[in-house]
Design a protein around this ligand. Structure first.
Ligand SMILES: Cc1cc2nc3c(=O)[nH]c(=O)nc-3n(C[C@H](O)[C@H](O)[C@H](O)COP(=O)(O)OP(=O)(O)OC[C@H]3O[C@@H](n4cnc5c(N)ncnc54)[C@H](O)[C@@H]3O)c2cc1C
Length: 334
């Protein structure tokens, strides 16, 4: 927003909520939440970047006739709650700041990510129902006991655990796919509005910025021709939006398997060994996260093939823990 503001060409309105879109006229209805006043905004093009529960997308869903809007949302049975590890009184980090902290447990986990002010945002991922679940944490005593049992090395740094737990919402995790992403060169969806993903690859925001990069390239390719711009953008991005959605769900199950399945754990060790010894070897995770030259769909296809071969190899040698590095590398290259 700071950068956009510096251009002097962007006007920001806060507390204004889009409630409907007239697709024929390219008009958005917007409500000022302070005054409850409704106004309409007309633009050459409307870009709906209003997140996972997008009002622009909902307006597209209400369109009858020619649009034939496809939509799916699927929830994980796991939810999340954000908690905090505050900075020390002198503003220092209580844990190593140059690290992603993960406390993986079977079927649930805690993670902590550093903030600039010395605190960490801590996220508990836990099933909604079942033996170890949000539904089964009934009282402050049970919550404290649960954290002391499973996350003792984090809990000692969380003086406000109980207050945070009750004050912060328990939220759900959803993958949203839809199509089309644009209507007649007048309205388009971008970011989570087009492709909300679960957060297990840490790529949701990056995927949204990739939408911007691709839209920008399409604007250069078809100057002023929004019909072509938006349909080229949609074609380029839809397949990759779906791919990162699927990858993120894959990773949720893989993170669980890492603690529960010894063959999977062995496969991960082989992968790490390959990455450390062959600079041109990339695991699926690394392809998705670090290879800017590979769109998500390509990284997913290559990564899944590689994973299948490595799992087979690990299964063949298990319970042995020795592997032939060169042989595995050659197998994957072939
Ligand atoms: C727990 C969790 C952890 C995550 N971790 C990561 C991570 O580590 N890395 C990563 O890259 N991504 C992560 N993500 C995903 C990331 O937050 C999103 O992909 C990203 O914020 C999407 O950006 P966006 O602009 O499309 O939508 P949003 O950031 O959701 O922004 C949408 C905006 O639209 C506004 N809005 C909503 N409805 C309306 C309306 N009707 N009218 C007007 N405005 C409206 C909202 O107030 C909001 O400001 C995580 C998500 C979750 C839930």
């Amino acid at each position: 927003m700071d950068e956009a503001q510096k251009t002097g060409k962007i006007r920001f309105f806060f507390r204004h909520e889009c409630s409907d879109i007239d697709f024929d006229r390219g008009v958005a209805t917007v409500k000022n939440l302070e005054t409850n006043e409704e106004t309409t905004i007309t633009g050459e093009v409307i870009l709906g970047t209003d997140g996972a529960f997008s009002a622009v997308r909902q307006a597209m869903m209400r369109q009858s006739g020619g649009l034939r809007f496809q939509y799916s949302q699927s929830y994980l049975d796991t939810g999340y709650k954000e908690l905090t590890i505050p900075a020390t009184e002198s503003g220092e980090f209580r844990l190593e700041k140059n690290a992603l902290h993960i406390w993986p447990r079977e079927g649930f986990m805690l993670i902590a990510l550093p903030n600039l002010d010395g605190s960490f945002t801590v996220t508990l991922f836990l099933p909604f129902e079942g033996e170890k679940s949000f539904a089964n944490l009934h009282s402050p005593t049970e919550i404290k006991q649960f954290f002391d049992t499973y996350f003792a090395s984090a809990t000692e740094h969380m003086p406000d655990l109980i207050e945070d737990f009750y004050e912060n919402p328990t939220s759900s995790l959803c993958t949203i796919k839809c199509f089309p992403w644009q209507v007649d060169g007048k309205v388009a969806l971008m970011g989570d509005a087009a492709h909300a993903v679960v957060p297990f690859y840490g790529q949701g925001m990056n995927a949204s910025f990739e939408d911007c990069v691709v839209l920008d390239a399409c604007m250069d390719q078809y100057p002023g021709d929004w019909n072509h711009i938006l349909s080229a953008y949609e074609t380029a991005r839809k397949v990759n939006g779906d791919a990162i959605g699927d990858l993120a769900v894959d990773n949720f199950y893989e993170m669980k398997a890492a603690t529960a399945d010894p063959v999977f754990a062995l496969k991960r060790r082989i992968e790490l060994d390959l990455e450390q010894n062959f600079p041109d070897y990339f695991s699926k995770y690394s392809m998705v996260t670090f290879r800017e030259d590979l769109p998500y769909k390509t990284a997913m296809d290559k990564g899944r093939d590689q994973d299948a071969l490595l799992m087979q190899y690990a299964r063949n040698i298990y319970p042995g823990q020795e592997w032939d590095r060169e042989e595995v590398y050659k197998m994957l290259k072939a």
